[in-house]
Every structure is written in C-alpha cells, then in structure tokens.
Design a protein around this ligand. Structure first.
Ligand SMILES: Cc1ncc(COP(=O)(O)O)c(C=O)c1O
Length: 474
C-alpha cells in the first residue's frame, strides 16, 4: 500500500502493519495496554504509558483527518500512534501521559534555541499585550527584514509570508514572471511545500514531463515541472541545457533535509549556479530548513554560493508561523505593490511571529552559538557511529552542522534512491525503542534530526547510552 506523506517529504511507502504490530505479539500488546506500563524518565522500560495519547488520538480522528494537522505527525511511517504533547521546555517534550523526551525533532527544525526560550517567550508576551494583528505595517517588520538581509546578503529585499509553502509558491511566481517562462526544475526527494505543481514526480526518465504526485493535482499543473536526481551533476547539466529556453527556475534545498539529510556534492551547487546564470534561469535556494540552521547566513554562506532568490521559514519565526522570500532588489521590486506580480497575506508580518523571529535571531547572533551546535552535533554523530559499530549495526550518517541524518545501510547516501536503500523497518524499531527510553527522533526515516542550543551533554550521554542498548537489540 502506498500512502501520501505530504507533511515533509515526497511519497513514502507505509508498512502494511504498524511496526509495533510486527515487533510485539498481540498478547504482549494486550497485556501492556491493560497494565499501562510506564517508562520512567531515563529508564529502560520498553513500553511507556500512552493511554491518554491513545484516547486523544481516537478523539482527534473523529474530527481531524487522520487525527493530525500535518501527515508526518501521525507516525504512519513507523507505525503506532502519535504522542500528544502537553508542553515543552529546553530540549524536552512532555506528553499527556507524563512521559518526557529529549527532543531531536524540534518542531521539524524551528526550535534551534530549544523550547520556550525565556528571551523569546518574554518578547512574545510583551508583544501580545499590544495586540496580535493589525493588518497594517509595523516597525518590527523593518527590524526583522534588516536582520535577514544583513545575515543573507543575496536577499537585498525580503517579503514576509506565513509558511514555507507560501514563500516557495511566491518565489516561483516571481521567477516565472521575471523570465516569462513556465518551467521549474526540482530534485527528487526535496520537498518545497504542497503547491500543486511541486507535488510532481518524474515520469520515466528525467527528461519527461512531471506527473501528479497526489490525487487532486491536475496533470496540466505538473507538466511544467521537471524532476532530476539530487547530486547528479552530469544528468542535471544535460537536462538544464536541453530545457534552458523553457526553465523559469531551478529550485533546490542546498542541503536536502526531506529524504533524511543529504549534503550536496562539492560541485553540485556551483554547477547549478553557473548553468542557471549562463541560461538566464532563476536559481532558488529553499532554505526553509537550512536558513539560520547550518550557519547564521544559511547554506549559501556555508558553501559560498549566492542564489537569485532565497526562501526561509521555520527558525525566522521562532516557532510561530512564518515564511519569507527575497533576493536582489531589482527582482523583488516586481512584487506588488512595487510591481505587477501579485502576492498578499492577511497575517503576513504578524507582530507575534516577527517578534519571536527577532528575539531568536538575536540569540543566534551571539558569537560561538554555531560553533557550539557543531561541536555537540559532531559529538553525537561520532558517538552514534562508534556505538553502532560496536553493536555491529550498519549505520550511514550524514550531517551538516546541527542537521543530522542516520540511515540503516552500508552504502553512501547521496540522493533519494540511495536514501531509500535504508532499512526503514529497522528505523521504525530504532525509533520506538529510543522513544521508550525517552529519546524522540523523527517518526520517519526520511526526516532530519536537529540539535538545539538547549541540548546538554547529559542529554547526549543519555541518547548515546540508549542508542547502544537499542542497536544491540536491532
Ligand atoms: C525545505 C522545505 N521547504 C518548504 C517547506 C514547507 O514549509 P511549511 O511547512 O512551513 O509550509 C518545508 C517543510 O518542512 C521544508 O522542509
């Protein structure tokens, strides 16, 4: 059976039975359900009490499709049911059954300072007292725009929106208007939100027209979308050359974060930059995940490549809904009301989201923050590698700064095809066993793990000790 996991990635297949069903016999599941065994914090019990989460999930499914407001939250890729969260603080999540977890999902990336950082919460609280939305400009928006344009110099002007999806849709509309072409080239395994024409998959062979990747997407809407394998330098070069006159833009996650983490090969981004420049194609970096994550200036600062347009989201909203797109003044001046390309939003530049973003970026600007994240992430990755090796488990890790991927395969992971070689059933088992030990990784093989400045050495030590026990049981 195939299910459409559109929350954070492209099509991902669902196991027939849940991982929990496969891993534990019915009698054990019944007994555990009845006794509601509880996993103590930092304890080693395999099962924890989840009675309230289960009840809430049943209630949620009656009024919300699939019980969740974004598909990947439903745990379908790993089986079982989602945990309902009551609160979060620092690196920890606390669920409705009284369990707590070291969180490596961090709301899928935004919470780089950990949950509820004091400076951000105080700033939002003060801002809320002044009203939550005006539908009129504020000085705060100028301040955040300055912070973003200073951090990311290729963004001379920036427009704030409400989500990553919206930022990408708007950037692509601008690229199309600017070039007067319709074609979009994207990469397999990258996710750019749920706009119709981006829910496209390659036909047979990369040079064919895109096909809808979800019911409800008209073929007409995807026919301008080409999909190529990530990191395939020669294939992409040929494709761009052969479609140059039709392509409005090439859109790429400069570090792919939606097929697990897949870093770009050394030549990949420079090749995209050179070819798009040569053919007058707009190069869009989707830095919704990588922006302010892998470096204060995003992946473009890390790799020294300037795209024409950049899309941001997640971190710049400090955990509130936000997105942004920007680029050279000349391009951005085409956006309404400065120019004719229409794009608008009732809540765009919302004072609470902007305040949270400003407070977050201020903290990230403190010297040493990214060095600290890098050191912690390296320690975690090296520790996991060492423990997997000792336990005899093949683990292929990928990492850029505090964005980490872990695949159960012996082969290098360089694109979506190689990412899919990972043993996803093993991942499901790993996920559930780590969860039972109080460690919350993403409920899908094809998502990144993130670190925050709130993760402590003790958190890492617990994660590594748990991982070693779990690896031995895989
Ligand atoms: C790289 C990337 N681009 C765009 C999006 C869409 O952002 P949003 O979920 O805020 O619409 C995501 C979401 O995870 C993402 O990872």
């Amino acid at each position: 059976m195939i299910f459409v996991d559109l929350g954070h990635g492209s099509l991902k297949s669902r196991p027939r039975r849940s991982a929990v069903d496969r891993l534990y016999p019915l009698t054990t599941r019944c007994r555990l359900f009845l006794t509601g065994l509880r996993s103590p914090w930092y304890g080693g019990a395999l099962f924890m009490k989840t009675t309230t989460s289960k009840k809430l999930f049943a209630a949620a499914q009656r009024v919300i499709p699939g019980g969740v407001n974004s598909p990947v939250r439903a745990f379908r890729s790993v089986g079982g049911h989602p945990l309902f969260i009551k609160r979060a603080k620092g690196a920890r999540l606390y669920d409705v059954d009284g369990n707590s977890f070291i969180d490596y999902v961090l709301s899928w990336g935004p919470m780089i300072l950990g949950h509820a950082p004091a400076a951000v919460i105080q700033a939002i609280t003060r801002a809320a007292a002044n009203g939550t939305s005006y539908g009129a400009p504020t000085e705060l928006e100028i301040r955040l725009a300055h912070m973003v344009t200073e951090a990311v110099p290729s963004m001379q002007q920036v427009r704030l929106v409400n989500s990553g999806t919206e930022a990408i849709m708007s950037a692509i509309r601008l690229a199309r208007a600017h070039t007067r072409r319709d074609g979009v080239l994207k990469f397999e395994g990258c996710y750019h939100g749920h706009a119709d024409y981006l829910l496209a998959k390659a036909g047979s062979g990369v040079a064919t027209l895109g096909l809808p990747d979800s019911p409800g997407v008209p073929v007409d809407f995807t026919k301008h979308t080409l999909t190529a394998p990530y990191n395939d330098i020669n294939g992409v070069r040929k494709l761009i050359k052969s479609h140059a006159g039709k392509l409005a833009c090439v859109i790429v996650e400069p570090v792919a974060g939606n097929m697990g983490v897949v870093p770009p090969h050394d030549e990949f981004l420079p090749m995209l930059r050179a070819l798009t420049r040569e053919h007058g194609i707009v190069l869009i970096f989707d830095e919704v995940i990588t922006g302010f994550r892998v470096h204060y200036g995003g992946a473009q600062a890390l790799y020294g490549i300037e795209p024409d347009l950049t899309c941001l989201g997640k971190i710049i909203g400090g955990g509130l809904p936000v997105g942004a797109y920007g680029g050279a003044r000349e391009l951005m001046q085409q956006i309404a009301p400065a120019g004719p390309v229409y794009q608008a939003g009732t809540l765009s530049g919302n004072p609470l989201a902007v305040t949270a973003g400003i407070a977050t970026l201020k903290q990230l600007k403190v010297p040493g923050v990214y060095r600290g994240l890098e050191e912690q992430a390296r320690a975690l990755a090296e520790g996991l590698a060492e423990r997997a090796k000792r336990a005899g488990v093949p683990l292929m890790q990928t990492r850029v700064g505090s964005m980490m991927g872990a695949f159960f395969t012996k082969e290098p992971v360089v694109d979506y095809v190689s990412a899919k070689q990972s043993d996803t059933q093993r991942y499901a088992k790993y996920f559930h066993r780590m969860l039972a030990k109080g460690v919350y990784f993403a409920p899908s093989q094809f998502e990144a793990a993130f670190l925050s400045t709130a993760h402590t050495s003790r958190d890492l030590a617990h994660t590594l000790a748990s991982a070693y026990t779990v690896f031995q049981a895989l």
